[in-house]
Design a protein around this ligand. Structure first.
Ligand SMILES: [Fe+2]
Length: 411
């Protein structure tokens, strides 16, 4: 990518991270209500650490603001060095929020000086800088989803922002028929993609059907009302055990109030929006729901192939986080945005997969076990970040992302 374009993107993406935190009180930055939900302050520092470690540390004359941050804000890169305990990130009352913003400014100053100089040095570093920008966009989504979880743990149910307006009722769920045959899967070409999206390769698909939109909360409620959480025949063994151990009876954030379901949202506790996609379900719940409907989840190859067709877009993260919204139109909709869609595919390397060289090889490849692939992005995904070949992945019991359900059918 050209240096001037890179500079422009650097400024815009770094600004968005800070804008997302604008509604926060200083106390909100520090909470970590579970090991997976990092404090906002940690995200802001870690994405800066990424640029410092993989770009600036190799520049002559660069001096870190505080050498101890190298360990504090290293997430999981063993080749770089030791890491501070992930579940204990909420113990970091220091550096303070102001000091974390000063760290960001320190990194920005050096990065902007580098990018403004341009030339061959920037050209050589451009792929890593671009990766750093996509990394920061990933963390923008995590910042929002972690923040939602962390705020939800407070019985006062604080709101991040004002509610967004709902839309008209979505069209009925239809089956979209997709022809099978040999199809190409994975990213090709020069545009940015993560290493896990390559290489492009051919797979053989049988003809299949795909739900025209994401499953709504009203539809999911029928599963609850039909005793879905009490019927072991609907569940995978691990899923049934998880339901028992954790006492699940509804998606994360749902709770019974005044004889109806309410849900914690970024705008506080509110009645469940029946027409909006159900969100915050685990893979196990998505799988059980699909079985109950006489359907199944799509494989990631089926999902990606179908996503090549025209599809009405869903809600993405533009300037401010929102909640998933009803599908806008008949036909294939919401393949992008609103909720990440669980697929039936385990997160595995594509045939011929080669991780990035060096420490950055730890970015994706080492997580290719015990996780399922999700596709399509959510209302918390920055719009320029998502693409058809994008592979997200989480453990099957994870529920704190905006994860939802798209049905698939055998034809
Ligand atoms: Fe990261």
């Amino acid at each position: 990518m050209r240096a001037d374009r890179l500079l422009q993107q650097y400024v815009a993406i770094r600004r968005l991270s800070e804008r997302l935190c604008a509604p926060l009180a200083v106390e909100d930055y520090v909470v970590q209500a579970m090991p997976d939900a990092s404090p906002a302050k940690w995200h802001l520092a870690h994405v800066s650490w990424f640029f410092e470690t993989f770009v600036l540390a190799h520049r002559p004359g660069y001096l870190p603001l505080d050498a101890r941050y190298a360990t504090l804000f290293n997430s999981y890169y063993n080749a770089v060095g030791p890491q501070f305990s992930r579940p204990a990130r909420g113990h970091l009352s220091r550096p303070t929020v102001d000091e974390v913003y000063a760290y960001r400014a320190h990194v920005d100053k050096a990065m902007l000086a580098l990018l403004e100089r341009g030339g061959e040095r920037v050209a050589a570093l451009a792929p890593v800088i671009e990766l750093g920008l996509h990394h920061e966009q990933q963390h923008q989504e995590l910042l929002v989803t972690d923040l939602k979880f962390n705020l939800s743990a407070n019985p006062l149910r604080p709101a991040y922002g004002a509610p967004t307006a709902g839309g008209p009722a979505p069209p009925p769920l239809a089956r979209v028929a997709v022809a099978g045959g040999p199809v190409d899967i994975g990213h090709d070409g020069d545009a940015f993609a993560f290493d896990n999206e390559r290489p492009r390769h051919r797979v053989l698909l049988r003809a299949y059907g795909l739900g025209s939109r994401a499953v709504t909360s009203a539809e999911y409620r029928e599963f609850i009302d039909d005793g879905g959480y009490e019927r072991p025949e609907l569940w995978l063994s691990d899923g049934w055990r998880t339901v028992q151990e954790r006492g699940w009876r509804a998606p994360l954030y749902w709770e019974r109030a005044e004889d109806d379901w309410h849900v914690y949202t970024l705008s506080g506790l509110a009645p469940v929006v029946a027409d909006a996609p159900v969100a915050h379900v685990s893979y196990y719940e998505a799988d059980a729901y699909a079985r109950w409907r006489g359907a199944r989840l799509p494989t990631e190859q089926e999902w990606e192939h179908a996503a090549g067709a025209e599809s009405a877009p869903g809600t993405l993260l533009d300037d401010c986080p929102r909640e998933p919204a009803p599908a806008p139109a008949p036909g294939l909709a919401q393949m992008t945005g609103d909720v990440w869609e669980w697929t039936a595919s385990a997160y595995l390397p594509y045939p011929g997969f080669r991780p990035l060289e060096g420490a950055l090889g730890e970015y994706n490849g080492k997580f290719m076990v015990n996780q399922m692939v999700l596709r399509g992005g959510s209302c918390a995904t920055p719009r320029p970040h998502i693409r058809r070949t994008y592979r997200n992945f989480f453990s099957p019991e994870a529920r704190w992302q905006f994860s939802g359900i798209r049905l698939a059918f055998d034809e």
